[in-house]
Design a protein around this ligand. Sequence first.
Ligand code: CU
Length: 512
Amino acid sequence: MKKAYLLSAGLLLALAGCSNPFADQQDAPSTDNGHMQQDEHQGMDHGQMDDGEMEGMDGMNGMEGHMDHDNVTPLQASEGIQELAIPPLLKREENAEFDYEVIAQEGTTPFFEGVSTQTFGYNGDLLGPTLRLKEGETVRVKVRNELNEPTTFHWHGLEVPGSADGGPSDEIQPGESKVVTLKADQPAATLWYHPHPHELTAKQVFKGLAGMLYVEEADASELPDEYGVDDIPLIFQDRLFNDKRQLDYEELMNNDGTVGDVSLVNGTLNPKLTVEKPQMRFRVLNGANARNYTLRLSNGAKFKQIASDGGMLDEPVEMEEITLSASERAEILVDFSGMDGDEPVSIVDGDGTVLLPFDLAFDPESAEAEPSSWESGEPFVTEEEKAMPVSKKIELFGMMEMVTINGKKFDPDRIDLRQEKGVPEVWEVYNKPDMMGGMIHPFHIHGTQFKIISRDGKEPAPNERGLKDSVLVEPGERVKLLVTFPEEGVYMYHCHILEHEDNGMMGQVEVY
Ligand SMILES: [Cu+2]
């Protein structure tokens, strides 16, 4: 259970102003420009260690800052002041040698009254536009680095050759650009893109680099699919600001995962969402550096999960809450019809903190929604697949800077595993506990959408019967994955707590 913390009073004052994080991006839907000021941030549990303190850390000394999952900084509730920003759609280029252009750049974002917070964004000040590809479509994307440091452009969840994946070996230097070819040769899914430069990933994501990447069905969908109307991306992130309301990563970072008390959804502080349609599809991304979210509806209503990281579930699964570790996605359908119109409804976190209040633009009691449903044909994992022997073992271990996979830290010059293209193998991922019990590690593999065969020998929950590229692994847990790489190249596999990744909790698999 989370410990209760007392937040200092007077956290939020509503004032007028403008802080739509996509204000200067093309095609940004207009929003109400509410604005707010925040009192001193609650900088709990973000102790830092220097290298000296880390040495000989075999006991309990120097553990301040360790992300004990029972002791995570609580989030401040949304006051529901600003309409949620919707990332604009990335516009297709005309008369160019490429189809899309994505530029990593610096900017400023007015989260707080009278303060310009230095941020990073793609084609704008914060976060990035949504890139939509059709199933089977091939596009050429020009990527350009206008930051003052190297970056890469990683297409998280897209099954592209290693050479197009944007891993740490694919750095683009400041001022440079290149064109990558992306083929969306996989089922419709909610993916995302973010930087992946060696030891700079956590900082660049923390400062604002992330965008949604959709693979969409080639044919018309039965599901709500009007972007920004009844089909809405929700990027949940927590951020920690310093006394000057800056995202000074070097000052604020925590080697065990930088967590903050400030909740942002699509980069909006204190968001609310005006809901126009009774049946809504939310594409939820945990875009945090480290925090796990457990999301539910404040009125206790159930919702349906329809997709996991890599596409549609076997069948829609009715849920009361969903837990997503860093980088995981879920598509959910919320049916507002029949809800009590007098009772406010919000998306809340596990401890009940309001993260996204809804403002219903219709009377839910008289509204009707057409529920979507389908039934699974075959079992998601066949008996044959379940009987396959484990051929690759992954052991996740450690915390803070002392994180390893199979006892080793990342070495760009070392290939850790090899696997043949198109040949499925069973990976067993074990999260080895330590003397303090251990912590959750979200395990991500590039270049593949895998199936979860089992968790500690048991079938995964119904909402995990869908393709995945990241999986939450509890301390002491053994998760078996069925992994197939459809393309060739060198791919990363790593913990998606971005500080763990930067600290070397990463390996390389060569697909031949
Ligand atoms: Cu980790």
